[in-house]
Design a protein around this ligand. Structure first.
Ligand code: BG6
Length: 469
């Protein structure tokens, strides 16, 4: 292009966090345990009990976000603060905390963007089968209703389930699957079916109860490249798209199962049990999203699989990775650099992903995660020179602008993460934030907040509405 389109005037610049990774106060003020609180965490990395202590420091944190000029802030509500046992009894202290947080954001002109469920399923529900149990569907719908009743007067943007596709594809990664099951994949797709229903019910309720509110899903979407131009590799990439990306978005946007994914279920014996009335709920016109939120870290590259590969993905991950058994196989992309944690970096792939989602679903898009995890170094005088993060984000924001110029309707960008927090599996020394939190893996120090170099840079990005990129 000779000239690029500008970001829209009302573009939602912000950043993201999730409750269990930032709040701490894991058992305070009536909060119940979640699956995360009860999980055996990896040796050598911190647990989530204190995290970044945001529960006690939210005012200071919001003031810092406001100083950066945030237009929005994506955070999640801990289901177990609202319903310590997942359902029935409401915890008023939990309602109070999020009322305070939301009010604080609004007082600073920051639009709250709320994820209802970000990996932290109430343990009490897990104990009764979690997502394998159909009762969890209604527990979620009831929880959603409570959120709308209490916060719907101020929250206009809702996200249902964070990365449902990652929860399913990575199986037991967050402690919700019984690893002794004989056919874990079948069980995961049963859980997936229930999550789809829970999401549909939450969307229907949102549209019934809240005038003018908008709701969307928040999967992790990656464009995929075939490893070569060999037709079999292209077909493998096609399979990957169906099973990893479109299965989730086709259901929420079109109200039906993706046909390739469905044939795969039939072939493998993973067909979920569908009860009478389920497909009607999923197809309900008011269960359609108003926008699509998605998380993007990198693309994937795959090759054809002859069906006898073991269940490992390209990063050597040992968790169950559905799909790698016979329909595609992960491949390292030789053209991409990697972060110090081994994640491929692909800004151009971000534009490809934005184009693909938009052309398939024609809905407004918002990016709810994108970012660089690194071992940041706190230097003399409270300085963090995270130039590598600035570089990473700059390249990705440029691709957003290119995608907007391509015609993609993108209305916001929320990288991961606003403030340093505890990574899902790699502890608190894997940092993503614009704001450094002074703690080590096991030494909590003073948890004070320190503005990184990227803090000042992102502030300028927002002030110029992306023009300095
Ligand atoms: C996303 C999750 O998958 O990636 C976040 O929604 C997570 O919760 C983020 O923190 C980065 O992954 P990690 O493993 O580096 O924390």
């Amino acid at each position: 292009y000779e000239s690029l389109k500008s970001f829209p005037d009302d573009f939602l610049w912000g950043a993201s966090t999730s409750a269990y990774q930032i709040e701490g106060a894991w058992d305070e003020d009536g909060k119940g345990p979640s699956v995360i609180d009860m999980a055996q965490h990896q040796e050598g990395v911190t647990d989530f009990k204190v995290a970044s202590d945001h529960y006690h420091r939210y005012k200071e944190d919001v003031a810092l976000l406001a100083e950066m000029g945030f237009k929005t802030y994506r955070f999640s509500i801990a289901w177990t603060r609202i319903y310590p046992k997942g359902t029935v009894e409401i915890n008023p202290k939990g309602i109070e905390f999020y009322n305070n947080l939301i009010d604080e954001l609004i007082a600073h002109d920051i639009e709250p963007l709320v994820t209802m469920y970000h990996f932290d399923l109430p343990y009490a529900l897990q104990d009764k089968g979690g997502w394998s149990n159909r009762e969890t569907i209604d527990a979620f719908a009831n929880y959603a209703k409570t959120l709308y009743e209490n916060f719907g007067d101020r929250v206009k943007y809702w996200l249902t389930i964070n990365e449902q596709n990652m929860m399913i594809l990575h199986g037991d990664a967050i402690g919700t699957l019984d690893s002794n099951l004989e056919n874990p994949e079948k069980e995961l797709y049963q859980q997936n079916h229930h999550m789809m229903l829970a999401q549909a019910k939450a969307m229907i309720l949102c549209h019934q109860m809240l005038d003018g509110a908008k709701i969307g899903p928040a999967p992790n979407i990656s464009a995929v490249y075939p490893a070569t131009s060999k037709p079999e590799d292209v077909l493998a990439a096609n399979n990957f798209n169906a099973i990893r990306n479109w299965l989730y978005l086709d259901m929420v946007c079109f109200g039906r199962y993706n046909s390739v994914a469905w044939s795969y279920f039939e072939e493998k014996g993973y067909v979920p049990e569908i009860q009478e009335g389920d497909m009607e709920i999923l197809a309900d016109a008011t269960a359609r999203p108003d926008f699509i939120a998605f998380n993007y870290y990198s693309t994937a590259t795959v090759e054809a699989s002859r069906g006898n590969d073991d269940a490992k993905n390209s990063t050597g991950d040992q968790q169950i990775v559905i799909g790698e058994q016979g329909v595609y196989k992960g491949h390292t992309n030789q053209y991409l650099e990697k972060t110090e944690f081994g994640w491929e970096v692909d800004p151009v792939g971000f534009r490809v992903t934005l184009r693909e989602i938009y052309s398939r679903y024609n809905l407004p898009l918002i990016v709810t995660e994108n970012g660089l995890g690194a071992f940041d170094k706190l230097e003399e005088g409270d300085v963090v020179n995270d130039d590598y993060r600035i570089e990473y984000l700059k390249k990705h924001i440029k691709q957003c602008q290119l995608a907007i110029t391509d015609g993609v309707e993108l209305f916001g960008y929320c990288p991961w993460s606003a403030i340093d927090l505890v990574s899902t599996h790699q502890g608190s020394s894997k940092r993503y934030g614009f704001i450094y939190v002074n703690r080590e893996e096991f030494d909590l120090k003073d948890l004070r907040r320190i503005k990184k170099k990227s803090f000042y840079w992102y502030k300028d990005v927002i002030a110029s509405n992306g023009a300095i990129i």
